[in-house]
Design a protein around this ligand. Structure first.
Ligand code: PRX
Length: 649
């Protein structure tokens, strides 16, 4: 039996205690399709509304008029739902366990403390002139203040835009400008794997770029006390302003469709898009999926290893768990520091019951052999989760056996920045698991497969993954550019949301995500547009032309393979390769580090000048025998040259 055919049935014992078993899933899923209004009206009751919604669903995927509204006459405040409503019943319970990069540093923040800190920062934001509708950029380490900052924005109706702390000054500048952001919240430095990352220096550099003048203030958390520059009148120490504020701040009444946050993500073309997520539907969906997908039980410690800079951190470190009154663990560091056993040691130290991580982290550990987890027992684990990229069955089985001691179901959760929450995933008490499959849709989600012409495929099939109707967590638009939102997601296949992913459905109706079908790379679970990397490269004086493709990589899932045509007067050299590597890292961030650079005197193009990426992908993957039809190329000889150079690259 191949790994792909293995099935791990739900254990009766697990199902008996779970929120959702097989029968409940079937019944609720059917109800969610038959009567979405009734189903979601009921689910929305899990939140505290100021005005309960009476209008539930108003959504259209028609490409002439994409309009997505949920609970549109309801009002609420997201921070009050994550904090205030828990005070009476669980004020002293730990909301956030913070585990520092240094294993000797950790702390517990109770719901009462988190509430007080959020109110204080909310009042400080008001003092800085921030109000409802203003956009605040967060460029933060993984420290509790990151969650506090998100919740404080939500409390006063400001919109947060979190920028991943590994991104470059240019990426920060681009996002500050794109969202007209008046304030940046950052820290002096972040600490990861024993090394300091100069966040404040990066913000300083970002704010020298033209267009960033909109940003008037920078609020700085003192994390390390490292040396930083200070700009009087603009820079404000977090502790100096926040500590003196009142810990009482009335939450702003927000409409369900008021924006909660913007989050930028890469697409196949152009600059990253700022996806707009709104309040009522997003929070309902994040909270419901967190409870059911992870089968979260009251009192458990739940740990999602993502960074708050990604959507996973938004929905499943902050909003989902806190709306549910959970204890959520926030880890500042990396799984390999100070040793590769760290993840297991954290599980033991804090009694983690649910561990949600990424295939790339699992593969990196797996490369060190089964003994890598010997420094921990991990007996507290009950459910494991995976996200960000397809998990190969070998990594799935290793995760199950070595990390989970062969007793924890794995939920392989498929979703996207655009979807706000998990769309396809096992519910651990309801689905038999097949390693490598995200299994079945969540309540209210209608996945389908279409061929390239948009024809729906029935039964067991492989095609492009689309979603036929809206769910409450869905992004409503691209910030400031609704037309681009429509173009990107709703115009490829009429009346459907196009995910950009390829997918196979088996005879049991299980979904197997095969990866992106557009020019988006997924490197260690991080999304990157090939166009972004290419435009960075051609900005270097030595580069005449560049083409970027993904190739299979044992640890990262996909690696970055770059073909460079040099400008006249430049010669290939190892020094130049290093320089280009540094250039891209500096421009976009270390996650965009090229794995391979190959000099390409010519690139394969059609007669109309379009680069044939299909061929470049094959050469990068070393599948040079199956290049397919090259007769439409303007100059087929460049292909032979690239294959020859590949060997000596
Ligand atoms: O290709 C899919 C892959 O990640 C993409 C979304 O990336 P992002 O918006 O950064 O969000 C990542 C975290 C939700 C998808 O289009 N992806 C995500 N989860 C899975 C996955 N591919 C396969 N299996 C998954 N479980």
């Amino acid at each position: 039996m191949t790994e792909q055919q293995k099935v791990h049935p739900v254990s009766d014992d697990f199902a008996a205690k779970a929120w959702i078993d097989k029968e409940k899933y079937q019944a609720l899923y059917q109800q969610s399709l038959d009567d979405p209004e009734g189903f979601w009206a009921e689910q929305a009751k899990r939140l505290d509304w100021i005005q309960a919604p009476t209008k539930i669903k108003h959504t259209s995927f028609d490409s002439h008029n994409v309009d997505i509204r949920w609970f549109e006459d309801g009002t609420l405040n997201a921070s009050a739902n994550c904090l205030d409503r828990h005070l009476a019943t669980r004020g002293d319970q730990t909301a956030i366990i913070w585990e520092g990069d240094d294993p000797n540093e950790s702390k517990h923040v109770s719901y009462r403390e988190l509430h007080a800190q959020t109110c204080q920062l909310a009042n400080a934001l008001k003092e800085l002139g921030i109000g409802k509708g203003d956009v605040v950029t967060l460029y933060m380490p993984m420290i509790p203040e990151a969650a506090v900052a998100m919740l404080a924005c939500a409390r006063i109706g400001a919109v947060h835009s979190v920028v991943f702390g590994g991104f470059s000054p240019d990426a920060v500048a681009q996002r500050v400008i794109g969202a007209d952001s008046k304030l940046v919240i950052t820290a002096d430095e972040s600490v990861r794997g024993g090394k300091q990352v100069p966040l404040k220096d990066n913000v300083d550099a970002a704010l020298t770029r033209p267009g960033t003048e909109v940003c008037e203030k920078v609020l700085v958390v003192k994390r390390t006390g490292g040396e930083i520059e200070w700009k009087d009148g603009r820079d404000v120490w977090y502790h100096e302003l926040v500590d003196k504020q009142s810990s009482d701040c009335q939450p702003e009444e927000m409409n369900a469709e008021d924006p909660l946050f913007i989050l930028y993500t890469s697409g196949s073309t152009g600059a990253p898009k700022g996806l707009k997520h709104t309040t009522g539907g997003y929070l309902t969906y994040a909270s419901l999926t967190h409870q059911y997908v992870f089968d979260y039980q009251d009192g458990e410690v739940y740990w999602c290893t993502a960074d708050v800079g990604w959507v996973t951190g938004h929905s499943y470190i902050v909003y989902g768990p806190l709306a549910n009154g959970a204890t959520t663990l926030m880890f500042e560091g990396v799984p390999s520091y100070p040793s590769h056993g760290r993840m297991g040691e954290i599980v033991d130290k804090h009694n983690v019951a649910i561990l949600y991580t990424a295939p790339t982290a699992i593969r990196a550990l797996m490369a060190h052999g089964d003994n890598v987890m010997d420094s921990s027992k991990r007996d507290s684990l009950r459910v494991l989760g995976s996200v960000g990229e397809p998990i190969n069955p070998e990594a799935w089985e290793w995760f199950y056996r070595v990390i989970g001691n062969s007793k924890c179901p794995i939920v392989d959760t498929w979703w996207q920045t655009e979807t706000g929450g998990i769309l396809i995933s096992p519910l651990p008490g309801a689905m038999d698991l097949k390693p490598g499959s995200a299994t079945l849709p969540f309540f209210g989600v209608m996945p389908a497969l279409v061929d390239n012409e948009g024809n729906l495929l029935e039964g067991a099939a492989e095609g492009n993954l689309v979603i036929l109707d809206s769910w409450p967590g869905q992004a409503r638009s691209i910030w400031g550019n609704h037309e681009r939102f429509i173009q990107t997601y709703f115009s490829t296949y009429q009346g459907m949301y196009f995910t950009g992913d390829g997918c196979r459905r088996d005879e049991d109706g299980y979904y197997w995500i095969t990866g992106r079908v557009d020019d988006v790379l997924n490197v260690s679970g991080h999304r990157m547009g090939t166009a972004e990397i290419e435009s960075s490269l051609v900005a270097h004086e030595s580069v005449a032309e560049a083409a970027v493709v993904g190739f299979p990589h044992d640890i990262k899932g996909q690696g970055i393979y770059i073909y460079v045509t040099l400008a006249d007067g430049y010669e290939p050299s190892d020094e130049l390769k290093k320089e280009l590597t540094q250039w891209v890292r500096k421009d976009i961030g270390p996650i965009a580090s090229p794995d391979v650079i190959q000099w390409a005197p010519g690139l394969p193009k059609t007669r109309s000048g379009k680069i044939m990426r299909r061929i470049l992908r094959k050469i990068a993957a070393n599948e040079c025998d199956g290049l397919g039809d090259t007769s439409t190329l303007a100059d087929p000889s460049v292909v032979d040259e690239l294959i020859e150079n590949r060997a000596s690259r």
